[in-house]
Structure formats: structure tokens, C-alpha cells
Design a protein around this ligand. Structure first.
Ligand code: GTP
Ligand code: MG
Length: 170
């Protein structure tokens, strides 16, 4: 790779959708059945190589519990990228994800790259949000869309790589 780029990325989404699990899978390759709920936010870094460039992510994994909502702007302000996560078994978390998209579209950097991740894709037999619903909403709002599983690793690196690919490198 010829060049290195650094970007700030924030994870947002309702509590227990699997934000921390996705980040831990991506950064450390680990998965915990009993991942603890995040307090405030956690900071991790990881790099991916795309299009002959190294993209280093400075990742803010925010807390999804509503009482932490007012802290979110501290983390998404100045972020060049965001992954908004919902749980495919929880329709309410999909609605919460849409609210995060609208908040970012109003308050975050105008050029922020947003990915929507429908997580817990391994729980197909408990699915309540269809793939097409997520894909259609993402398409209408210019978002990257993938269904992921922190448990099985499905699409975990891919969602970060797709974000990296879409970020400006100049
Ligand atoms: P907050 O920090 O409270 O906002 O939650 P979070 O979004 O970080 O969720 P967390 O990663 O703590 O995961 C919540 C629970 O869901 C944990 O028990 C995880 O093991 C489980 N979980 C996370 N990702 C997956 C997944 O892809 N599949 C399944 N089956 N369970 C998952
Ligand atoms: Mg967490």
C-alpha cells in the first residue's frame, strides 16, 4: 500500500444490538456471549487495506442506553464515518437506527459516510426485520447496507472495508 489515511468512525444504535460485539470481532477477533453493556463509550483502533491504501479507523463505540443519548454528539461531531447498528430480531431497534440516521443527517459532518448494519444475522429463525426493508431504507438514504453477525463473523470486516472504500482518499 502506498498511503495511509486515518478516519474517525462512530458506532451508534440501540442498547444490546451488538455494537461492541461487532467492534471486538473486527479489532480482536473475539466474541462473547455475555458482552457487557457499554458505559459512556469505548475507544479502539483497527486498520483495513483497500484500493492500495491503509485506512486506520479510530473507533468510538458508544453506549446505546437512552440515558447516554446526550453524549452522542461528542462522538459523532467530527466523525467522517458512522456505522449505525440494529438487530434483525428487534423491529424497535430498526426504528431507532432510522432516528440515528436522521440525527446524523442533520447534525453531523455533511459528507459523513454512513453504513447501516442489520446485526445478529445468525438468528435467522427469529428474524423480524426483512433484508429488503433494511436494503430499501439504506438505498433511499444513500447508506451502505450489510447484514452482519458478530457471532459468526459474517460481513464484519466487510462493513468496515466498504466504509473505508467510500471515504475520500486524497
Ligand atoms: P450497549 O453497549 O448497551 O449499547 O450494547 P451493544 O450494542 O454494544 O451490544 P453488545 O455488543 O453488548 O451485545 C449485546 C448482546 O448481544 C450480547 O450478549 C452479545 O453476545 C449479543 N450479540 C451481539 N452480536 C450478536 C450477533 O451477531 N449474534 C447473536 N446471536 N448475538 C449477538
Ligand atoms: Mg456496547
Amino acid at each position: 500500500p502506498s498511503q495511509m489515511f486515518q478516519f474517525k468512525l462512530v458506532l451508534l444504535g440501540e442498547a444490546a444490538v451488538g455494537k461492541s460485539s461487532l467492534v471486538l470481532r473486527f479489532v480482536k477477533g473475539h466474541y462473547y456471549e455475555h458482552q457487557e453493556s457499554t458505559i459512556g463509550a469505548a475507544f479502539l483502533t483497527q486498520s483495513v487495506t483497500v484500493d492500495n491504501a491503509i485506512v486506520k479507523f479510530e473507533i468510538w463505540d458508544t453506549a446505546g442506553q437512552e440515558r447516554y443519548h446526550s453524549l452522542a454528539p461528542m462522538y459523532y461531531r467530527g466523525a467522517q464515518a458512522s456505522i449505525i447498528v440494529y438487530d434483525i430480531t428487534n423491529p424497535e431497534s430498526f426504528e431507532r437506527a432510522k432516528t440515528w440516521v436522521r440525527e446524523l443527517q442533520r447534525q453531523a459532518s455533511p459528507n459523513i459516510v454512513i453504513a447501516l448494519a442489520g446485526n445478529k444475522a445468525d438468528l435467522e429463525n427469529q428474524r423480524k426485520v426483512e433484508y429488503e426493508e433494511g436494503a430499501k431504507y439504506a438505498d433511499e438514504n444513500g447508506l451502505i447496507f450489510l447484514e452482519t453477525s458478530a457471532k459468526s463473523s459474517q460481513n464484519v470486516t466487510d462493513v468496515f472495508s466498504e466504509v473505508a472504500r467510500k471515504l475520500p482518499k486524497s
